[in-house]
Ligand binder design. Structure first.
Ligand code: BGC
Length: 368
């Protein structure tokens, strides 16, 4: 049977691992929330990969509540875990439990989001977060055909960024803003609300309703007189969803603004198919799990992985020792490469690659 085969595979993997050392270790995996499609996939991918390699896994979700995550990590430590893989809710609030981890000699991998202000972090695995923003900004430039030598056509843009407690959020925002800044400075792109600083455009906990309310306020205050909104630059899909809802219900204009996103959430891919969202930056989180597994194995085998680890991956992955400083020094990072997905390449990038299937209704459905 399939179950028996699976068990056999697991046993084989466990044997391989026993030969390599570190077999059977308990690994604590702390994820922020089940609310977002991606973290469910991250959690289940990590659990499946680690168990198949013979490890025991304690996987926890914290409902975006910092104190819950702190308790979960403390429990993992007191239950004797030998490694922690953590996607933090608030990157600066884990100092206390992680100093316990450091004292106990438990290695910590910061997963997707960099954990700040603690010496306990050994490695960081993520996508190139700044590039995510650059891809969004470049998409706007290409789609509008912006040209610094032609200031005759001007466009209106509003930014929506992520959670200030998430170290990724400023990276996404800065990548997009830096890319568009020459056009803003030239007066080709106008931020009509005047809300240009990260703090002004941020969205606590990346919440869809919060992003929607803010955009509704902006539309009422600055666009109700018929001013045209051309671009809503949103850092990710959960915020793009709220912004799209606000535009659908409260925007007076008849054009469809360009709306960017990130993640490839099913609801957003549906909006892309229906021309309500323009693009999403897709990050194959399945590969993030593959990289994290290889890294975890190497660490538990007593190695000090570096650049050479990247040669064993099928996917593009850079070893970076300059970009991510968590205020205690540079954290060595493995950074995967994000991809732009639009209505034109959903089939090629998401379905042909096996990450999604195409539903009978013409909308992509995530696999796994
Ligand atoms: C992740 C994004 C995600 C966002 C909200 C970020 O840290 O990198 O993929 O959209 O958090 O959960």
């Amino acid at each position: 049977t399939e179950a028996a085969k699976e068990q056999e595979d697991k046993t084989e993997a466990a044997k391989d691992d026993a030969a390599a050392g570190g077999a059977g270790a308990l690994i604590g995996v702390a994820m922020p929330t089940k609310d977002l499609q991606r973290w469910n996939q991250d959690g289940s991918n990590m659990k499946a990969e680690l168990e198949a390699a013979g490890y025991a896994v304690d996987l926890q979700y914290a409902s975006n509540d910092v104190q819950t995550q702190v308790s979960q990590i403390e429990n993992m430590i007191s239950n004797g875990c030998q490694m922690l893989v953590i996607a933090s809710i608030d990157g600066s609030s884990l100092g206390e439990p992680l100093s316990q981890a450091k004292e106990a000699g438990i290695p910590v991998i910061s997963y997707d989001r960099l954990i700040m202000n603690t010496k306990a972090i050994d490695y960081y695995v993520s996508f190139d977060n700044y590039t995510v923003g650059v891809l969004q900004g470049q998409y706007v430039i290409d789609t509008l055909g912006l040209d610094l030598n032609d200031t005759s056509k001007t466009y209106n843009i509003e930014f929506t960024a992520g959670d200030p407690a998430d170290n990724n959020a400023p990276f996404f925002f800065n990548g997009a803003f830096d890319t568009l800044k020459p056009y803003i400075d030239a007066g080709i792109l106008n931020i009509v609300s005047g809300q240009t600083a990260f703090e002004e455009v941020a969205t606590a906990t990346w919440d869809t309703a919060t992003a929607m309310n803010r955009m509704q306020n902006i539309l009422a205050s600055y666009y109700s007189d018929g001013t045209q909104l051309d671009v809503a630059l949103c850092s990710n899909d959960s915020t793009a969803l709220g912004v799209t809802q606000a535009i659908e219900s409260d925007y007076a204009g008849s054009n469809q603004p360009i709306i960017t996103g990130q993640d490839g959430d099913e609801a957003n891919l549906k909006n892309i198919v229906d021309s309500k969202q323009s693009m999403t930056v897709y990050k194959a989180v399945a590969n993030e799990a593959v990289v994290t597994l290889a890294l975890a194995q190497a660490i538990l085998n007593g190695e000090q992985p570096g650049e050479e680890l990247t040669s064993q991956f099928d996917c593009e992955c850079a070893y970076d020792t300059s970009s991510y400083d968590n205020n205690t020094g540079i954290i060595p990072s493995y950074l995967l490469t994000p991809t732009v997905v639009t209505a034109d390449n959903i089939q090629e990038e998401l379905v042909d690659t096996g990450y999604y299937t195409m539903g009978g209704d013409g909308y992509p459905v995530a696999v796994g």
